[in-house]
Ligand binder design. Sequence first.
Ligand code: ZN
Length: 431
Amino acid sequence: MSPSIILLADQVLTLDAANTIHAPGAVTIEGAEIRAVGPPPERAGGEVVDLRGSVLMPGLVNTHTHTPMWVFRGLTEDVPRGEWLSGRLLPLERRLGADELARGALAGCLELLQNGVTTIADRYGHMDAVATAVEASGLRAVVGHSLFDRSRAADLEQAERLIERLGTDPARSRVWAGLAPHATDTCGPELLRRVRRIADRTGARVFIHVAQSEDEVATVAAQHGSGCASYLDGLGLLAPEVVAAHATYLSDAEADLLGGRGTALAHCPSSNAKLEGRVAPVVRMRQAGAVMGLGTDAACCNNGMDMFEEMKIAGLLNKVAADDPAALPAPDLLRAATSEAARALGIDHLVGSLEPGKRADVIAVRTGTPRLLPWHDPVANLVYGARGSDVVAVYVDGRPLVRGGRALHLDVEQVLADAVQATERLIDARR
Ligand SMILES: [Zn+2]
């Protein structure tokens, strides 16, 4: 049996069902699992890690990102509505291959880790190479190879290979595979029926962009005579094991339908605001029954992949959209980055709260900064005041990956230099 590690801190926010807080508190880790959470033990049998001056909480869960797109940061700014994807992004994507994207993915994972993210849902092309980078990063991740009608056979082959290689069970593998049809306008009924069948056969979760642009909504209406959510529903793809990203342009009836099926929702408020100037109707979808996790989306959509920032922006934008300052309160926002996000990814039996038996994905946030004092309300301080740069320690599966805000297991300068070098072919794309 591996020796215990005991993390000591001023406070432990467990985010269990009762919202238990221990102050001071300790989390005892054995191997990859949490063995105990509570007040500091009187006699410590194991290695004690002194994290006093900080608060311990569950590692953050990012339900929608594209880590390879780290390389595109700063190249898609203030683009008129409707032009971002085909006008700006696609021409950039064509310039890079698997090796460059894998290097970008490792830098993206490093950024997320140092910001306190311990689990990601990642999806993109060249996922064979990208998944290797994600594995090396130490993050917990579900990865999916993007599927398009235009390259259907090759995409499906790569997706099946990824499932064979990594499996679909998050309890068996720290990095596992999902199915990732691109969007409702780029995937026809035949491809989506295949996805439904593969999901049924393998148990893979399905990740899809839904109603992320006006173009997408118009295309689905023209081709199928329905809204994006109804289109998916007709193919059996609105369900708790389906994670719909964005849902920005859903009508009220479509939002109710998506929520009513208990669909998981990846809400990316920064990305929606930056690329579309819109707020997705998430308050409505949640009221109807959707399970919501937050997502940073890609580095060029926000432009920093910081889930603390994402919580705050989700809160502020949805209060404005609802014309109600009490909408989407701080405890809900914190859950949408931890326990509810874990539920959206189907991994709440493993992570999302600090409880004995769960995986030891734990982060420490330093509290002694002017921005975070006084510490009257831990939840409000974390949601509205904290930043990724306040994270001082990160554990995934009980393994220390970040200390003093810096990754321990990666050569940080080398990872960043390699990834910046991978952007060389993009230099003349700057505007
Ligand atoms: Zn996306």
